[in-house]
Design a protein around this ligand. Structure first.
Ligand SMILES: *[C@@H]1O[C@H](CO)[C@@H](O)[C@H](O)[C@H]1NC(C)=O
Ligand SMILES: *[C@@H]1O[C@H](CO)[C@@H](O)[C@H](O)[C@H]1NC(C)=O
Ligand SMILES: *[C@@H]1O[C@H](CO)[C@@H](O)[C@H](O)[C@H]1NC(C)=O
Ligand SMILES: *[C@@H]1O[C@H](CO)[C@@H](O)[C@H](O)[C@H]1NC(C)=O
Ligand SMILES: *[C@@H]1O[C@H](CO)[C@@H](O)[C@H](O)[C@H]1NC(C)=O
Length: 490
């Protein structure tokens, strides 16, 4: 923790520098890093009359590349031998998901360096979030698909939770007459680390708006007139897109440019899992154990945004201390009380940020006013309520946050504080009686039902792909069978 603390302090001290050296999202129009391999595989050529689709990713759902400027100070000499300066990473070298995130791989220190490059810092005075000084981050291949299809470019199960994203859908579109990557199959990944920062978010939204307009403009060559754009989102991407629709564009823009919103696995009202992750981490499908990822997750914008919205969940208990019986909902006062009972440098910060970001954004959740298919899995055991040992405030070792399981009313203590739940995802803690998709509880996934008949005259159709899991749904035959006809509808 000492290293993280000093990194935070260093970052705060250098805040002025990051205003200019922060992440520079790739403009939609300067599509310079498109990987042509994907295009080459296309079996068909562009037809301006085919309905274009833009694919928006979720939390951790795209490849992030990095560049280290001369300003960057390597934490360890060994790392300077591995990560070169002033050159955007590419191929298997990436910031996310990265092999360096796993500490078992030599040389030693690689993980610490990765954590330093991946970290997000917050300046309480300016209310801005930023990268570690000297680190620039951008999503790979904006407007193309190499950053959104399969995060490892290999059909292996290494990092099983995080590998295939839109891969199956893209493969199917590529062999569909009229479709071509970069023209009417387009990725719109975003830096999910910085979405809590309003200025960064506005810049991402500007790129997204341009990408959609540019994609639409290409279809002006269609003799029957231009084709409106489908926007498919996954998970956090649904909240991101809804926020865009609710706050960034007007009705006339939506009517002109958007055909269907195809929102998959959207946590419309947040997810208990995000709350748990801010307390004791989540491995996001990478090996290593949940707690190992906590330092890079506690200020991750996408996670902060997904804390269950308390104006929807009310006083539902999400966290309970096994020994004292104290319980906590996700409202700002309970989050403050919870973090106040824990040691750690971010103690006062996280609740402050949540009250500044989650609460205001949760009030903007409104009907999209585009035709929407609200697509989600169901019937999968979903975590929903967590039991911890209360923190001993004199103990600053985060590994002491033992995440214990409550199964059918019985509390199971985590056997080894270093091995946190859920290592075995088949036997999680307390599950939502309504279940969900394995990550998000059903009431949040189904919140879109509230828009039926109240969507500004547009349709809202719920598609329940029973038995499908949060991310796996995108690769399922049932999902592809449901969405392909929607995408191709005349
Ligand atoms: C935050 O940003 C302001 C303005 O850029 C700067 O003056 C200050 O030193 C930064 N750090 C802290 C801890 O506020
Ligand atoms: C799309 O075309 C319209 C009309 O020609 C133009 O005003 C707009 O700037 C174009 N947008 C992009 C992103 O190319
Ligand atoms: C927050 O939730 C708790 C229940 O855990 C409740 O007692 C409290 O009144 C709520 N606070 C606010 C501000 O809604
Ligand atoms: C906290 O831990 C310290 C050191 O292990 C111990 O001396 C102290 O009694 C503990 N306090 C509580 C309230 O459990
Ligand atoms: C939960 O406990 C009850 C009562 O002991 C038992 O009847 C039920 O089968 C248990 N359910 C599960 C899923 O283990």
């Amino acid at each position: 923790m000492t290293r993280t603390t000093s990194a935070v302090l260093l970052a705060l001290a250098l805040a002025l520098c990051w205003m200019t050296a922060g992440a520079a999202p790739t403009p939609a129009t300067a599509n310079t890093n498109t990987n042509d391999d994907a295009t080459a595989e296309s079996a068909t050529s562009y037809d301006a009359c085919a309905n274009p689709i833009v694919l928006v990713t979720g939390l951790g759902g795209c490849v992030l590349d990095f560049l280290l400027t001369d300003e960057y100070k390597h934490l360890h000499y060994e790392c300077s031998l591995v990560f070169s300066r002033n050159k955007w990473s590419s191929g298997l070298v990436r910031l996310w998901p990265a092999i360096e995130a796993v500490d078992a791989i030599p040389p030693y220190h690689l993980r610490a360096c990765w954590e330093d490059m991946m970290a997000v810092h917050y300046n309480e005075t300016t209310g801005r979030f930023a990268n570690t000084p000297g680190v620039q981050v951008r999503p790979r291949d904006y407007g193309g698909v190499t950053g959104v299809d399969n995060l490892f470019d290999i059909e292996s199960n290494w990092g099983p939770g995080m590998s295939a994203v839109y891969e199956k859908l893209i493969k199917q579109l590529k062999v569909t007459p009229g479709y071509e990557v970069g023209k009417n199959i387009r990725g719109a990944p975003f830096d999910f680390r910085l979405v809590a920062d309003d200025i960064e978010l506005a810049s991402m939204f500007t790129d997204l708006k341009n990408l959609i307009e540019e994609t639409y403009n290409m279809t002006r060559a269609c003799s029957a007139g231009p084709r409106r754009v489908h926007v498919m989102t996954h998970s956090l991407g649904g909240s991101y897109w809804l926020y865009f629709l609710n706050t960034f564009v007007d009705r006339a823009w939506k009517d002109q440019y958007i055909r269907f919103t195809l929102a998959v696995s959207s946590p419309w009202q947040g997810a208990g899992k995000a709350y748990r992750t801010l307390i004791s981490g989540d491995d996001e499908g990478l090996p290593g154990g949940n707690i190992m990822f906590l330092p890079v997750e506690q200020l991750m914008g996408g996670l902060l945004w997904m804390i269950p919205f308390s104006n929807f969940f009310g006083t539902k208990t999400f966290i309970q201390y096994a020994d004292t019986g104290a319980s906590f909902s996700s409202n700002a006062s309970d989050v403050a009380r919870l973090f106040d009972s824990m040691p750690g440098t971010l103690r006062p910060l996280v609740p402050f940020i949540i009250s500044k970001i989650v609460e205001p954004r949760s009030l903007t959740v409104a009907a999209p006013e585009t035709d929407i298919y609200c697509i989600h899995g169901s019937g999968v055991v979903t975590e929903s309520f967590y039991v911890y040992q209360s923190a001993n405030q004199t103990n600053t070792n985060p590994a002491e946050y033992r995440e214990d399981a409550v199964i059918n009313g019985t509390t199971y203590l985590a056997p080894n504080p270093a091995l946190l739940f859920p290592l075995d995802k088949s036997s999680p803690f307390y599950v939502d009686p309504n279940q969900g998709d394995g990550t998000v509880e059903l009431p949040s996934l189904q919140y879109c039902r509230n828009w039926i008949g109240k969507n500004g005259g547009k349709q809202m159709v719920e598609v329940d792909v029973a038995g499908q899991e949060h991310l796996g749904i995108l690769s399922s035959a049932a999902f592809l069978n449901d969405v392909m006809p929607l995408i191709l509808a005349p």
